[in-house]
Design a protein around this ligand. Structure first.
Ligand code: PLP
Length: 329
């Protein structure tokens, strides 16, 4: 079954066989994750999207991803505001108020019992009358889920650094879908990841207009030149971690700016790192064949990364997940 490939007649027959066998009923378990869908909390395994939801058939969806560490959401307000902005831009009417969204998020985490978690809130266009192609007829759908903390790379890569391939693929231009929407248009990223693997790299960076570097699958990128950090300012998601890095730079007196970056600029940077909710600050130690610095996490990257986690552990921008419930119970 592990080697099942689409179109493999034998495997499909086996699958059919399996579906005809009665399954042992397992007690509802949230350990692997809890989801909220269609006004109900279900285990992650039971969270199902109707086939006709435009979120699936047209990638017509937006989301936001929030981390929980030590039982605290990080920058909860900023994430929810970004989510609301995405919904507004896509003309979704979210049926929930900000307070209700937060209480759904809390409940998803609470049911898993996790203290280190990833929470995602999602809106899709939903579905309309069968055959209708009019988006105004769709009934929008809000969903959320909580799973154990997810990172953009394996633990060893987070610690020691990523190798990144610069793909020739263009990131979806802002003129097509505004970059500020945290969207599910990931085919460019996914194909770029295949490019990366074929070039013996862990991840990818995509180009945009004028051959400029944009971002990678799930992360913004920073590069250090002399004593100044530069991050692309166009055709990228305004990452919450990216904003956090700016604030850390102010605290440490590090010069930083948004600006254009060409692939050849990256090759001469002394340090490069990715910024993402899914792992914080992640060193990038090789760009294709070029080793960055001495091939390990650079001193400034390490300093910023340590400060990021230290401040988070000390309660920076923290909103307790469980407090409200404990107080209310
Ligand atoms: N860019 C893209 C395309 C992303 O999907 C993400 C996060 O998932 C980021 C950047 C980083 O954003 P944040 O720091 O808000 O997690």
């Amino acid at each position: 079954m592990d080697n099942y490939q689409c179109g493999d007649i034998e495997a499909i027959a086996m699958l059919r066989d399996l579906t005809e066998r009665p399954f042992a009923v397992e007690p509802m378990s949230y350990a692997a994750g809890c989801a909220f869908i269609d006004d109900d909390y279900v285990s992650l395994r039971d969270a199902k999207l109707p086939l006709m939801d435009w979120g699936f058939t047209r990638g017509d969806a937006c989301q936001d991803t929030i981390s929980v560490r030590g039982g605290n959401f990080f920058r909860l307000h900023d994430h929810v505001v970004r989510f609301e902005d995405s919904c507004r831009t896509l003309r979704y009417a979210c049926p929930f108020t900000r307070e209700q969204i937060v209480s759904v998020m809390r409940e998803c985490v609470r049911r898993t019992g996790l203290t280190e978690a990833t929470v995602q809130i999602i809106m899709t266009r939903g579905a309309g009358p069968t055959g209708s192609r009019d988006p105004r007829e769709c009934r929008h759908r809000f969903m959320a889920y909580c799973v154990p903390f997810i990172t953009v790379a394996k633990a060893e890569q987070l610690a020691q650094g990523l190798s990144v391939h610069i793909s020739n693929r263009w990131r979806l231009p802002s003129e097509t879908v505004p970059s500020e929407i945290k969207n599910y248009h990931w085919i460019d990223f996914t194909l770029a990841l295949f490019d990366a693997y074929e070039h013996d790299c862990d991840s990818a960076l995509l180009l945009g207009k004028h051959g400029l570097i944009t971002e990678g699958p799930g992360f913004n990128v920073f590069a250090l030149f002399d004593d100044r950090l530069v991050t692309p300012g166009e055709n990228v998601l305004a990452g919450i971690t990216r904003r956090t890095v700016f604030e850390l730079c102010v605290e440490l007196g590090i010069r930083h700016r948004e600006g254009p970056l060409l692939p050849e600029d990256l090759a001469r940077a002394s340090e490069i790192f990715a910024s993402t909710t899914a792992g914080g600050l992640v060193p990038i130690v090789r760009i294709d064949e070029t080793t960055i610095g001495d091939g390990g996490p650079g001193p400034l990257t390490s300093r910023l990364r340590d400060l990021y986690w230290r401040k988070r552990d000390a309660g920076w921008y923290a909103t307790p997940v469980y407090e409200e419930l404990e107080n209310g119970e």
